[in-house]
Design a protein around this ligand. Structure first.
Ligand SMILES: Nc1ncnc2c1ncn2[C@@H]1O[C@H](COP(=O)(O)OP(=O)(O)OP(=O)(O)O)[C@@H](O)[C@H]1O
Length: 228
């Protein structure tokens, strides 16, 4: 589902060495991948390339057999909305909307994802509620302003928003960094359950190596680049 080949990425075209240099990486549909490495090694840069927010300086980044470099900016935006759910480190939720509204917005730019959400439930609000429950946000909080929720509760909303409409790829950039160890592990288990339910591939970045054994694959970005 993800193929990277001969990828070079430079933030500035005159930079002497690239930020990313990855000869080959393949990730299969449904894999749960833990991506780690020291601060500054390029994890967030790689996620932005997978999401088509930035494009390769040279080489190929393909998702679902689409080479993202071959798409225009608008086509990449559409592709992202249709196929990728992104859980941001700071969640990027709209604080004056409720969890139900925030989650429903996750598929506002994609007809495909709206249709898939409606195959799961009668309406987008019902599907948002199903996901919030599945990710552990108590029902009585579904109608509160998101800005009044705890960090752990907001994180569950951000995850439900990424999963609505069952995107094939879920990208999570350090979504557990504000949680204690027990909460991290239980949250990740809920993420895995949803990823299984939707058959989504999960690429999860974290500094916390204790989470590594929970995943079926682990990629050290420094080693991956050294092998290139
Ligand atoms: N917008 C940008 N413009 C220029 N350089 C950038 C930009 N974003 C990141 N970089 C540089 O790219 C390199 C990789 O940064 P990146 O944020 O991808 O690392 P990271 O592994 O995600 O780090 P962390 O674990 O601290 O979040 C760093 O040297 C950083 O300074």
């Amino acid at each position: 589902m993800i193929t990277i080949s001969k990828l070079l990425f430079k933030w500035h075209k005159n930079a002497v060495s690239p930020t990313l240099n990855i000869n080959q990486l393949n990730i299969k549909q449904g894999e749960h991948v833990f991506l780690h490495g020291p601060s500054g090694c390029g994890k967030s840069t790689l996620l932005a390339l997978l999401a088509g927010i930035n494009t390769a300086t040279s080489g190929e980044v393909s998702i679902l057999n689409k080479n993202l470099n071959s798409l225009s900016n608008t086509q990449r935006d559409v592709f992202r909305a249709d196929h990728i759910g992104y859980i941001f480190q700071n969640f990027n939720l709209l604080p004056y909307l409720t969890p139900l509204e925030n989650v429903s917005l996750g598929c506002q730019f994609s007809k495909q994802r709206q249709q898939r959400a409606l195959q799961q439930s009668n309406c987008l609000t019902a599907e948002s509620a199903r996901l919030l429950n599945a990710l552990g946000l108590a029902q009585h909080l579904h109608h509160q302003d998101v800005g009044k929720l705890s960090i752990g509760q907001q994180q569950r909303v951000a995850a439900a928003r990424a999963f609505i409409g069952s995107p094939e790829l879920i990208i999570a950039d350090e979504p557990t960094s504000a949680l204690d160890t027990n909460n991290r592990q239980s949250f990740i288990k809920l993420l895995f359950e949803q990823a299984k339910h939707a058959n989504s591939t999960l690429v999860f970045v974290s500094h916390d190596e204790s989470l590594q054994p929970l995943f079926n694959r682990s990629i050290d970005l420094v080693n991956l680049q050294a092998a290139s």
